[in-house]
Design a protein around this ligand. Structure first.
Ligand SMILES: Cc1ncc(C[n+]2csc(CCOP(=O)(O)OP(=O)(O)O)c2C)c(N)n1
Ligand SMILES: [Mg+2]
Length: 728
């Protein structure tokens, strides 16, 4: 009889010891790699005998990169620390000053305080603004860490003290700064509106995939460009955050790096007080096929770990839950000695040479530039998989009385004592008066730190974040291009959906515009009669088609190809919208105009993925959303999925959306032609929602001169019958 794993008892302790000692010998004499090889072989053999093996999706609660494999830090740590401290100071001063003058206006200190090192190592060594004449890395910054990004741009001379003074007053005072990343409020600064939690992760995944799509279609040169996404650990609870992880591994997106700022807290309290968020995320990401790098402990722990011959320190690290880790930081050194090390006398001995203050200062990995640099380097060098870096940090780090406390997220102001302690902690040297009044401070341009700051960004191709908009790149094809839609239909009459498919096909064949069109479909192409596009334009598949499709001998077969144009997304309206966002903002990310057509069941658009659409609008996205099978139609019998009488109403709430409900084929042609002209030729940052119907009926011929009326929303089709135009 098999024993269940949880119930297994040691039936022969002597034999167990022999096996364990054999393993010890191998590790001692031949090293861990050999041990891993043998274990692998054993596991294979065991599986052949039907032995049930545990699936392991967790490694011990220590850093993934062992200290002995690290490379030395390439930068000037002292100068970088000074720059980081000044950034911390200005970020804190910005939020604090604003709340003194305008009480309760908000802003966040604690988030940037936790993520500062993760950003700074990136700015000094990784984030590339350009690759020669090509735009560089795309970085999604954690939205409410914006004070730190403003503070850095201030040091760089890109923002003035006046900007900082008007933080969150951008609509009232000039020049001002928006609370969060916002391409409308700060059009030459922010690329990605990230503050609606969960949208940055999914948008970053599809962005990295879209980058490959552009490369594989020959529209974008291949560069080592990366997509970086800085995310909160609390944010990972949003379904959108983790819902598309397997797309990234399936597509081998080694141009994608998630950095999750695991400060163990969200707004109200701990993310996983009773568990460990890093371990939970490790298991999920490993299971989804990602490369996982844990950055848990700072360098000060290396020496302790190297003397941990019994493994007790790692055991203690593994057994504590995040609620305890939070208390350790909130309560300081003496508490850590007693409650963390104190559980085992051996561990107390391990730290007997450290005083309480030193114990309190033992750093977490996400705060140690050496560890962070190595993780980033390893992520950038990694091939064949996306990488997630799980960096353990401290929320509100360095801010007295709020560090690691539950209310820290909403702390806005600091009292005099807290300011004093903040300066001491980061060793912030300021001229007289600056500290007392909590004024902004920027060292002279010829100071070593300023020279260093500029030199680093010069080497990396320029300052970030920055949003650039290229000049219009093509003229819209004239309406005559769509002649076959303008002359009225012959039997069998089409639906407006079919008319749209003809417009799309015509557009895709247009020599000037065709290659820029990106059809995006969440598994409804056949419903909309679009399968003819498969064969003509190909379905994008990064690997090409690895099998002979069963319908290969048919005219309209399911053709996948590496430079296919159609994004057949499968059943994910959220993923499709993220693709639409990547395509519709390609002009500001890659300086190439692309025209997405995202066609879906109208019920699953605005009401299902409304917030992604809103973020698309915030990102100044362009393109067309096509709501298929709209209206309370003949498909009503299929249930509520075809009871859309309101998507037009929802669409009209998005400020940059032009929403239309056309009746006839030529109206759609006029709207799409004019849309392309306005968005791409005139450079207007808007997008279109067009409803499409399922019913076949007579499409009349277009009347001369009705274009303007169609665009405005009403025109005279024919005079009503009867007296005074009344039929009644
Ligand atoms: C969809 C959504 N829900 C709620 C919020 C409000 N909110 C802003 S920050 C925050 C907490 C974030 O915690 P975490 O992701 O862990 O980031 P941290 O500040 O700890 O780095 C919340 C709930 C939001 N911005 N978006
Ligand atoms: Mg957090």
């Amino acid at each position: 009889m098999h024993q269940k794993r949880a119930e297994r008892v040691d039936l022969d302790p002597r034999e167990t010891t022999e096996w364990l000692e054999a393993l010890d010998d191998i590790v001692d004499q031949a090293g861990p790699d050999r041990a891993a090889y043998l274990l692998d072989k054993l596991a294979q053999r065991a599986r052949n005998f039907g032995v049930e093996l545990p699936v392991q999706h967790n490694t011990p609660y220590v850093n993934t990169i062992p200290a002995e494999e690290e490379v030395p830090y390439p930068g000037d740590r002292a100068l970088e620390r000074r720059i980081k401290s000044l950034t911390r100071w200005n970020a804190m001063a910005m939020v604090s000053r604003q709340n003194k003058s305008d009480h309760g206006i908000g802003g966040h200190i604690a988030t940037y305080a936790s993520i500062a090192t993760l950003f700074e190592v990136g700015f000094n060594h990784f984030f590339r603004a350009s690759y020669g004449d090509q735009p560089g890395d795309l970085v999604y910054f954690q939205g409410h860490a914006s004070p730190g990004l403003y503070a850095r741009a201030f040091l760089e001379g890109r923002l003035t003290a006046e900007h900082l003074e008007n933080f969150r007053h951008e609509l009232r005072e000039h020049p001002g700064l928006s609370s969060y990343p916002h391409p409308w409020l700060m059009p030459s600064f922010w690329k990605f509106p990230t503050v609606s939690m969960g949208l940055a992760p999914i948008n970053a995944i599809y962005q990295a995939r879209f980058m490959r799509y552009m490369e594989n279609r020959g529209l974008l040169p291949k560069t080592p460009r990366q997509v970086w996404a800085f995310l909160g650990d609390g944010e990972m609870d949003e379904p959108e955050s983790m819902g598309s992880l397997t797309l990234a591994s399936r597509e081998k997106l080694d141009n994608l790096i998630f950095v999750i700022n695991c400060n163990l807290q969200r707004l109200d309290g701990p993310v996983r007080g009773n568990g460990k968020i890093i371990q939970e995320l490790e298991a999920a990401f490993l299971g989804a096929g990602w490369n996982v790098i844990k950055v848990i402990w700072g360098s000060d722990w290396d020496e302790l770990l190297s003397r941990d011959h019994s493994g007790l320190l790692v055991k203690r690290m593994d057994e504590c839950v995040d609620g305890e880790y939070q208390s350790f930081k909130a309560k300081g050194g003496a508490y850590i000695r007693k409650e963390f090390f104190g559980k085992y006398p051996e561990l107390l001995k391990l730290v007997e040479h450290l005083n309480d203050e030193q114990i309190g200062r033992l750093r977490r990995g996400g705060r140690d530039p050496q560890k962070v640099y190595n993780a980033y380097k390893s992520a950038v060098d990694h091939r064949g998989q996306p990488t997630v870096i799980l960096a353990k940090t401290v929320k509100g780090y360095g801010v007295a009385e709020i560090e690691a406390r539950n209310p820290t997220h909403q702390q806005k102001e600091l009292n005099d004592r807290a300011v004093q302690l903040f300066r001491q902690r980061f060793d912030i040297q300021l001229p007289d008066g600056v500290a007392h009044d909590i004024r902004f401070y920027k060292p002279p341009d010829d100071s070593p730190e300023m020279a260093y700051l500029h030199e680093r960004r010069r080497t990396l191709g320029g300052y970030m974040p920055e949003r650039k908009v290229p000049a219009p790149q093509f003229d819209a094809p004239p309406l005559e291009n769509f002649t076959e839609l303008l002359g009225g239909s012959k039997a069998p009459h089409p639906s407006t959906t079919m008319a749209f498919v003809r417009i799309l096909t015509t557009l895709m064949k247009n020599p000037a515009v065709g290659k820029r069109v990106v059809p995006i479909i969440p598994d409804e192409a056949r419903t909309f009669g679009m399968e003819s596009l498969f064969r003509q334009f190909g379905i994008y598949a990064s690997t090409g088609q690895l099998y002979k499709p069963h319908d290969a001998d048919m005219f309209l077969y399911y053709k996948e190809q590496q430079d296919g144009q159609i994004l057949e997304e499968g059943i994910t309206e959220a993923g499709s919208m993220a693709s639409c966002t990547a395509a519709g903002t390609a002009y500001s990310n890659y300086e190439i105009d692309m025209i997405p057509f995202f066609i879906y069941y109208s019920m699953f658009g605005f009401q299902r993925v409304g917030d992604l659409i809103w973020a698309f609008a915030d990102a100044r996205g362009k393109g067309f959303l096509m709501g298929g099978t709209a209206g309370r139609t003949t498909l009503a019998g299929e249930g509520l999925q075809h009871q859309d009488g309101h998507s037009l109403v929802l669409a009209s709430t998005v400020p940059t959306c032009s929403a239309y409900d056309p009746a006839y084929a030529y109206e759609i042609a006029v709207i799409i032609q004019d849309g392309i002209r306005r968005m791409y030729q005139e450079g207007e940052d808007r997008f279109y929602y067009i409803m499409l119907y399922n019913e076949d009926y007579v499409m009349p011929e277009m009347l001369a001169g009705c274009e303007e009326g169609i665009i405005k929303g009403i025109y005279k089709l024919k005079a009503a019958e009867g007296k005074n135009g009344s039929t009644g």
